[in-house]
Design a protein around this ligand. Structure first.
Ligand code: ZN
Length: 102
């Protein structure tokens, strides 16, 4: 990868900052940075999802209520069928779902 500003070869670097998230990318000695496009796109998608409030309908299987995670959220968080998540309630009764071991 060559820098479009100065034309020098850029080095692949880890831990660069994009929208307050860590991403990999290419860095030039002139200070120019290119972010890994896949990682940058995922950050933009997560930021978009964070601004949304999803209205979900509960299903029921026998006595259990089933909550369906929207497809775009599952994909952005890389969630898969059979995977375990943590579920908890806070003091005000709000539900929280967290991914395990990430
Ligand atoms: Zn440069």
């Amino acid at each position: 990868m060559r820098c479009h500003k100065c034309g020098k070869a850029m080095k692949y670097a880890k831990g660069m900052t994009f929208n307050k998230h860590k991403v990999d990318g290419w860095r030039c000695i002139c200070g120019e940075e290119y972010f890994n496009p896949e990682q940058a796109q995922l950050i933009l998608l997560l930021n978009k999802l964070k601004r949304q409030r999803f209205k979900l309908k509960l299903s029921q299987v026998r006595s259990n209520l089933i909550l369906r995670i929207p497809k775009e959220v599952g994909e952005a968080l890389n969630l898969h069928k059979g995977e375990e998540v943590y579920f908890s309630l806070d003091d005000s009764g709000k539900m929280k779902i967290e991914t395990c071991g990430r």
